[in-house]
Design a protein around this ligand. Structure first.
Ligand code: NAP
Ligand code: MG
Length: 479
């Protein structure tokens, strides 16, 4: 079944759909036809958001929170249907997709409850009979620009804190995943979100996205995506001093020390590298092993890789779906070919893909300076290198322009703590895959992975979407 996806502006579904999205697992399955917006639609959405924002900010926070909670219930009831669309549109497995949709519902619940929590603080004053307190004020109209790889969870963790804080939102999802985007909007609209408070503008980043982030009435931009696009948005929006939050690329490493449980370390790395088809910003793509474990680890990893044979995510037993698009496949294949030419070897994968199905690929013998070791591949490909000891491993992990997540597999607490202290990344995982996050814990990177100003998720998200006003409230005593 093909679904048409319109824009959602001022509470109305509008526009003539023309962009065709085909299932990456099955070219005969035309999943959606979506509107391809230009600056005109982006402008109309910002105008609608501007009109609606002050009314929404003036609504009781508990009433704003209630809309999010009701939307979570609706999304929960529709989870199977939405997950199937996500599988067909993005290529995830059913388990991955259902997990993501349920995560989005939980994110709405978590931030919905924020409507009942205290914000701001009360401070002691040096002035007589004066109370000092801070208020968290909404920013106004905020733009949310999101990637295709978590097409409903990432938008939820940006849009929910923005809305509960009293902002109006204009959202430009990735063009590849407009249908999944429309489900989130529908759940919020059906839950009673007033017209104009959330607007959906589908289309290409270079047109609709660019117009949105350059719009003078947009007070803040929250972006997740590639580093190149993120840095460009920072410049455009930063020029007018709009608040900008960027979560971008990663080149996430795992260190495996001699004392690790070899089978568990391999399973941990395989889950981080091949789960979600390696298309996660937190995916494991480099591994540094110490000499006593590397051979056993590689043998175990090869075995684990065999459990991730790619297939159509609609089938129940499939553990890894296809790559999202031809363009993504070409990028990944480019990295693998270059590694081959640079003299690297392959333990698993690296063969011809079948359509967009790419087998998990393990690269060995690559030089530390090779492209495959330094740059984000964003596919089921992992490079394994040998290092002499923990110190050298930490240096290798930190020798990167990125700093999103990093992991270590060890049974030694001192090594784990040393790594946690010295790894230059936003998230450290000990004996756990680099992928997989709690929605209530702050998330973000350092260096070229992030603006490293405001974190996402948890209560840290609310800080980004509000500004602090300080009030001195004096009261004169009678007489
Ligand atoms: P992308 O190509 O950077 O696109 C992200 C979003 O930006 C899309 O909606 C895109 O539109 C839009 N865009 C492109 N050019 C724009 C412009 N000039 N102005 C405004 N918007 C513009 O990223 P992607 O390919 O969707 O996703 C993969 C990347 O996301 C990877 O690098 C990955 O590491 C990163 N990522 C990071 C995190 C994190 O939290 N750090 C999480 C997930 C993914 P289109 O529809 O035209 O592409
Ligand atoms: Mg892209």
């Amino acid at each position: 079944m093909t679904t048409t996806v319109q824009n959602f502006i001022a509470g109305l579904w509008t526009g003539d759909p023309s962009y065709e999205r085909v299932n990456p697992a099955d070219p005969s399955d035309l999943v959606a036809v979506a509107v391809s917006s230009t600056g005109k639609e982006a402008g109309a959405a910002v105008a609608a958001a501007s009109d609606a924002q002050s009314g929404w900010a003036g609504t009781a926070p508990t009433a704003r929170g209630r809309v999010l909670l009701d939307a979570a219930e609706l999304l929960g009831h529709r989870a199977q249907e939405v997950a199937l669309d996500l599988v067909r549109e993005e290529g995830k497995t059913r388990t991955e997709a259902l997990g993501e949709v349920r995560r989005a519902a939980d994110v709405l619940r978590y931030f919905g409850a924020q409507g009942w929590r205290a914000t701001g603080e009360v401070l002691p004053s040096s002035f007589p009979d004066t109370m000092v307190y801070t208020r968290r004020e909404a920013l106004g109209v905020v733009a949310v620009v999101t990637p295709w790889n978590f097409p409903i969870a990432i938008p939820a963790w940006k849009i929910a804190p923005a809305l509960v804080s009293g902002n109006a939102v204009v959202w430009k999802p990735a063009e590849l995943t407009s249908l999944t985007a429309s489900h989130l909007v529908r759940s919020l609209a059906d839950a009673g979100l007033p017209p104009g408070v959330l607007n959906l503008v589908n289309g290409r980043g270079s047109e609709a996205g660019e117009a949105l982030v350059s719009h003078p009435d947009v007070a803040a931009v929250s972006f997740t995506g590639s580093t190149d696009v993120g840095l460009h948005i920072h410049e455009v929006a930063g020029r007018r001093r709009a608040r900008v939050q960027l979560e971008m690329g990663g080149k996430n490493a795992v260190v495996v020390l001699d004392d690790a449980d070899v089978a568990r370390a391999a399973a941990t790395v395989a889950a981080g590298a091949f789960g979600l088809t390696g298309q996660a910003c937190t995916a494991t793509s480099r591994v540094y092993c110490t000499p006593g474990i590397i051979d056993g680890f590689l043998a175990s990893l090869e075995k684990s890789a065999g459990e991730f044979e790619p297939g159509d995510g609609r089938k129940d037993d499939v553990r890894m779906g296809p790559v999202v698009s031809d363009a993504q496949l070409r990028t990944i294949r480019g990295f693998v070919e270059k590694a081959k030419n640079d003299g690297a070897s392959f333990l698993h994968g690296a063969d011809e893909p079948d359509g967009l199905f790419l087998r998990p690929t393990i690269v060995t013998g690559a030089k530390p300076t090779a492209d495959i070791v330094r740059n984000e591949v964003f596919g089921p490909v992992v490079a394994v290198l040998e290092v002499p000891d923990l110190d050298a491993a930490i240096d290798a992990v930190n020798d990167s322009r990125y700093g999103l997540t990093a992991g270590i597999c060890t049974r030694d607490l001192a090594s784990a703590q040393e790594f946690a202290a010295r790894a230059k990344v936003g998230v450290v995982k000990v004996n756990r895959p680099t992928t997989g996050l709690d929605l209530n814990a702050p998330f973000g990177g350092v260096r070229d992975s992030s603006t490293n100003t405001y974190r996402e998720q948890g209560m840290a998200a609310v800080e980004f979407y509000t500004w602090s006003k300080t009030v001195y409230l004096g009261h004169d005593r009678p007489g």
